[in-house]
Design a protein around this ligand. Structure first.
Ligand code: 0O2
Length: 220
């Protein structure tokens, strides 16, 4: 008899059904981990506001990688498609993007996350001071956070990307271009984006400088 909860293309054999349940349980861990980290970031932001009179976070975005996107990355990176080893091999199944207004705020948020006793920073990629050749800027952290399950506590990894509004504006358009196959003048547009990344960087630095001047005078 067909399982009513599953799409028709899934075979109704016990091995596949077990794998589907394991996959669902794994994704639940990632959703729980995202909630834990999001709550923490909201709390840290409110605390920062009480201490400094202004917020650190402009907005938060989160996502769990889709099964299609997991499989695409498994193939691209020649990983084993195995539910047991997947969490050790792929650290960005759960992702949170923290958008801040100023470049200084990126490190302020990182420092606050670092001080959390229940969070471990497993990996740090600083594309802010060392941008990618295409102009991409962002700070990437791979965090390990505890998730409390009926069977015990499990450490789950979450990728946190911290970037300014301007960096995010640039990255969203660059991301759009990289997913479009039939855009004419790809190379020319890529060159233009590299040049605009420099402008975005200049704008970020100028805005950061003006902000520092305003706040220094505020404290005189
Ligand atoms: P999506 O749609 O955001 O999920 P690693 O995992 O360390 O072995 P990887 O995956 O290349 O290697 O890690 P990296 O460099 O930390 O990048 C992971 C994510 O950062 C990407 O996820 C993007 O979200 C973002 N990113 C990295 N480089 C670029 C870039 O050049 N342009 C833009 N717009 N975003 C970038 P996904 O899975 O590619 O996509």
């Amino acid at each position: 008899m067909a399982n009513e909860n599953l799409p028709a293309q899934f075979p109704n054999d016990p091995t596949s059904l077990k794998a589907i349940d394991q996959f669902r349980a794994l994704m639940l861990n990632y959703r729980s981990a995202v909630q834990v980290v999001e709550t923490k970031i909201h709390y840290l932001d409110q605390e920062y506001q009480i201490q400094n009179g202004h917020t650190l976070v402009d907005s938060l975005q989160s996502r769990i990688k889709s099964p299609e996107s997991i499989i695409e990355k498994v193939q691209r990176k020649h990983l084993a498609l195995n539910l047991q080893t997947l969490p050790d091999q792929m650290h960005d199944i759960a992702g949170i993007r923290v958008i801040v207004r100023f470049e200084d705020d990126i490190l302020s948020m990182e420092r606050r996350l670092e001080k959390q006793p229940d969070i471990k920073i497993l990996k740090r990629k600083d594309y802010v001071s060392k941008p990618k050749p295409n102009g991409y800027r962002s700070l990437h952290l791979i965090l390990a956070v505890p998730v409390f399950l009926a069977a015990g506590v499990q450490e789950v990894t979450v990728e946190v990307q911290i970037r300014t509004i301007a960096m995010n504006f640039w990255a969203s358009l660059e991301h759009e271009l990289s997913y479009k196959k039939n855009v004419h003048h790809q190379d020319e547009l890529r060159r233009e984006l590299i040049a605009k990344a420099e402008l975005v960087h200049q704008l970020d630095q100028d805005m950061n400088g003006i902000k520092n001047q305003i706040r220094a005078e505020e404290n005189i």
